[in-house]
Design a binder for this molecule. Structure first.
Ligand code: ADP
Ligand code: NI
Length: 219
């Protein structure tokens, strides 16, 4: 395994401090443990790939710092990430690569282009894996609670095709989010090792939904 230089190790430590300022107080499912899991999952997925370790770890650490939902606007979020990257002692190309990954990795209603580089594909898979399975279920209900959405609203069924704006607006519920995004992620995983984990987690969610609807509707 290629060793990361002392100088780059320091960049990763600084990235952790930077990301913690954003995530330590978050209670909408983007808390610091989400970032720790995405870093760990990225390392696991990368074991079978020839990816640049510094790049995917840094991207995983700061991937949600500029998230539109955690900032005043998309532009304000991107500026925050840019300003931080510009202060780091790393080559211009590396800075551009990290920025490209974090600014395009969001699901965005399925409207973003496919991830171009292996490092981006790994971090995107890790983030998507943390959105599904048992943790994914828990995060979705936490998010709905924080936003004041109901856990289920049978009068407003899930929307099948949506624009990016519609994806973020309109009547939402935790259960709808499974049909509008989470159940679609399994077929949008980039890496082989990510796919087998996704299949397992997907089946777990299907089982959960079946049980949930059965309990809701009565037998
Ligand atoms: P992405 O990282 O692809 O941009 P988000 O940041 O929008 O995805 O969502 C991260 C997680 O937050 C989701 O996996 C889900 O758990 C939760 N979440 C986001 N939007 C909703 C929603 N409308 N209803 C319930 N949970 C949501
Ligand atoms: Ni994330």
């Amino acid at each position: 395994m290629v060793k990361i230089s002392k100088e780059l190790e320091q960049v990763l430590l600084d990235a952790e401090v930077f990301a913690r300022t954003v995530h330590d107080s978050d209670r909408s499912g983007h808390d610091w443990p989400h970032i720790e899991r995405v870093v760990r999952l990225s390392r696991e997925l990368a074991e079978k790939e020839r990816a640049d370790r510094f790049t995917f770890i840094l991207a995983a650490l700061i991937h949600d710092v500029g998230d539109e939902k955690l900032n005043d606007s998309k532009e304000a979020g991107e500026r925050k990430v840019r300003d931080w990257l510009d202060r780091q002692p790393i080559p211009h190309s590396s800075r551009e690569h990290i920025f490209e990954i974090v600014s395009t990795m969001s699901y965005n209603g399925g409207h973003n282009p496919p991830m171009r580089t292996l490092e981006g594909q790994i971090v995107q898979d890790a983030d998507r894996l943390d959105a599904i399975g048992a943790i994914g279920i828990a995060r979705t209900f936490v998010y709905a609670g924080v936003k004041g959405h109901p856990m289920y609203d049978p009068e407003h069924p899930a929307r099948e095709a949506m624009s990016a704006a519609e994806y973020r607006s309109g009547r939402q519920s935790a259960i709808n989010h499974f049909y509008e995004k989470l159940l679609l992620l399994k077929d949008r995983i980039n890496t082989e090792s990510g796919r087998s984990l996704a299949v397992e987690r997907h089946e777990y969610m299907e089982h959960f939904l079946e049980q949930f609807l059965q309990e809701w509707n009565g037998n």
